[in-house]
Design a protein around this ligand. Structure first.
Ligand SMILES: Cc1ncc(COP(=O)(O)O)c(C=O)c1O
Length: 470
């Protein structure tokens, strides 16, 4: 594409993005397409001759965009909300343009060093000690896999050469509310499904330290080798935070790797008065948290902090002759800390976010989200129809419709019907989870553009649909 055409089309696309971001609320937040519909609307085979950008953009606007669920929509209150903020989009655009691949330092010194610096800036904002080295990968799922691979390398130093064959069984401990990515990591690491022990949680959906201690002691007596304890800071269902200081103490006593999955709640430590919720995580060996959840950075961008980067290198460093360089001793080659060789310049968008908002700007926005969630929780609490299902932590409210005259099944069906009807409105999108056999609703405030009016709209829609049940 000639540079003059690039400029014309680039301006046009930036205008489209600017208009889209300014009016994301005019789209139905939840896509209204049926499975297969988007694909069927597009050419089944690639063009033989190149096409004009006009034609490509027309298909994007008319066929792709209507098939999107709009995470940028201010009424997106499902899962853990996530926003593509404007500075992050611009940073991403530049990262794509320069096409840096930081597989080793030499292949992109600046991308390697900006990644280290950005992770370190965020570490400072979170108040974590300097002993944590930070890496930026795609997702919390992969980061947990890498951290647990490092823990496995430490628990089974022999496995690096001979594999796990003929070694004792290894175990990872987590509460029953741990994210499925941990189970997937354990299976991927060859520890089998039985390699995770899901411990019963307390009535706040947090790990019970005494259950952890008992499980470890039982395993040790049976010759099972503990590999790691995974504590969750912000469970997916209720944003509950496991008792981190007690878990740290048990891990320290037994010399077991402590991994903290703070994919959602970790960024709360940027807010001074919320930081104590995370106390104890500074004693972990590794921590994951997502910038692509509550830190206004678009997919994908997830941080891995590790106090033992050499254990990550033990698990993953395997340098073929063609990637050896004279500077390897003084520079960090990022390929040695995970599975992938190629590495995009993800740090740039996060660096833009940290600079553009600043620590105070980020904290103000996170605080406001917590305030909006608390308002919603107050409305639910004040109503006879609704029941809060866990204490409201951070930006998440977990609640359900409850008719005392109906049994569990009928109440569950009622909640499902309410959710479907509210989500069909196109104005707001909430999600659900199951807690102790109950179908419950989740409202998660985390989008940069969500204001009180959107949370009020969700409340009005819920009330309306609940009233319609009668
Ligand atoms: C607690 C927790 N851990 C891990 C994940 C997985 O995150 P990712 O999609 O970045 O792999 C999630 C996703 O919601 C989560 O809630």
């Amino acid at each position: 594409m000639p540079p003059e055409d690039f400029l014309v089309q680039g301006r046009r696309i930036l205008e489209w993005i600017s208009e889209y971001l300014g009016s994301a609320g005019r789209y139905p937040v939840l896509a209204r397409v049926r499975p297969g519909e988007v694909r069927a609307s597009l050419a089944p085979s690639p063009p033989r001759e190149g096409e004009s950008l006009d034609d490509i953009l027309r298909d994007f606007e008319e066929r792709v965009v209507p098939g999107l669920t709009h995470w940028n929509h201010p009424g997106f209150l499902a899962y853990f909300a996530n926003t593509a903020s404007s500075p992050a989009i611009l940073g991403e655009l530049l990262a794509t343009a320069v096409n840096a691949n930081a597989m080793i330092w030499r292949t992109s010194p600046a991308a390697t060093e900006v990644e280290g610096l950005t992770a370190d800036w965020l570490r400072q904002l979170l108040g974590l000690p300097e002993s944590f080295a930070g890496f930026i990968n795609d997702t919390a799922s992969h980061n947990s896999l890498y951290a647990l691979a490092a823990a496995r390398a430490r628990a089974f130093p022999e496995a690096g050469e001979q594999g796990l064959h003929s070694l004792p069984a290894g175990r990872i401990y987590a509460s029953e509310h741990v994210h499925s990515s941990i189970d997937k990591a354990v299976v991927t690491l060859g520890l089998g499904r039985r390699g995770v022990r899901h411990l019963p949680a307390d009535d706040g959906y947090r790990m019970k330290p005494e259950a952890l201690r008992a499980a470890i002691e039982e395993d040790l007596a049976a010759g099972v080798r503990p590999v790691a304890v995974v504590a969750v800071a912000g469970t997916t269902s209720t944003a509950s935070i496991d008792p981190l200081p007690e878990i740290a103490r048990i891990c320290e006593e037994h010399g077991i790797w402590m991994h903290v999955d703070a994919a959602y709640a970790g960024v709360a430590a940027i807010v001074e008065e919320l930081r104590p919720l995370l106390a104890g995580w500074e004693r972990a060996d590794s921590i994951v948290l997502n910038a692509h959840k509550w830190l206004f950075t678009p997919m994908d961008c997830a941080l891995l902090y590790c106090r033992r980067p050499e254990a990550l290198a033990d698990a993953f460093s395997l340098v073929p002759p063609y990637l050896r360089t004279p500077e390897a001793d003084e520079a960090r080659d990022l390929m040695n800390y995970g599975v992938a060789l190629g590495r995009s310049f993800r740090a740039l968008k996060l660096w833009f976010v940290l600079r553009y908002f600043g620590g105070r700007g980020l904290a103000d926005r996170l605080r406001e989200h917590c305030r909006l969630a608390s308002r919603f929780a107050e409305w639910a609490q004040a109503s006879d129809r609704w029941q809060l299902m866990s204490s409201t932590l951070l930006g998440l409210v977990v609640f359900r419709y409850r008719d005392p005259e109906m049994g569990l099944d009928r109440n569950n069906q009622a909640n499902e019907r309410i959710l479907d009807a509210v989500n069909a409105s196109g104005d707001v999108f909430l999600s659900h989870t199951i807690l102790d056999g109950r179908y419950v609703l989740r409202l998660s405030v985390g989008n940069l553009r969500t204001r009180r009016e959107h949370v009020e709209l969700a409340w009005r829609r819920l009330e309306l649909e609940a009233a319609r049940l009668k």
